[in-house]
Design a protein around this ligand. Sequence first.
Ligand SMILES: [Zn+2]
Length: 292
Amino acid sequence: MLSRRHLLAAMVLVAASPAAAQERLKVLATFSILGDLVKNVGGDRVEVSTLVGPDSDAHVYAPSPADARKVADAKVVIANGLGFEGWMNRLVRASGSKAQVVVASNGITVRKAGASGEADPHAWQSAANAKVYVANIRDALIAADPAGRASYQANTAAYLAKLDALDAEIKSAVTAIPADRRRIISSHDAFGYFQEAYGIEFIAPQGVSTETEASARDVARIITQIRRLKIPAVFLENVSDPRLMQRIAQETGARIGGKLYSDALTSEKGDAPSYLDLMRHNVKQLVTALAG
Ligand SMILES: [Zn+2]
């Protein structure tokens, strides 16, 4: 039998522990990078789950029945938008969810890509855009859980300061690269916002979605460009098949500069388990390959 003293101790423990899981706001983010931003804004008050996990490609994702259950369980669903999650509307309908779907990229200046003028969904590749995402996430969490307002506002302020520091850090790191060497090849056109914000030019055989393979003509065009512009390095991505880039490197003599993280975080054990880590990793790779 529990003594009165033990019982009191147990009650104190319960009171001091963070909100129990069932009381936390259930938020679902469509992919790993967004999930990390939601965790930073939500803190202890939210329980975050994600659909497309680390090192996985959201462009070609095929949702499972378990994903439909996750959507049905969520109080708030947060998506990137701009055509990134082409499978999302059907999934939400199939789940029967009444959750509000919040588009985190609302309010950014949309980049149009390629000849088709398609919207480029990779807006998180600039820290200034990530700040817009974070403000939208804060507003969505406050709307769903007004009692948490002060907490969400404080978490957001702290994280926005980190994003400002990140932005300044990237701009300063890029100045170490001679202006005529600020040009690389990546697998798919995922770094257009990074290019606009930080002044490194990215050329890619594949478009803004990985759904369409690069054609023989796209590859031939890239090979000509690498030779003509003397582009020093090509990069692999954690969400793309490395073979095409390895072939291009072989044919042109360009170096493989390393691996960039475009559309997904890595697992906890990898180089980029958070958005801040991801951006820092990419910049370090670029500077190492281009500055020397
Ligand atoms: Zn992508």
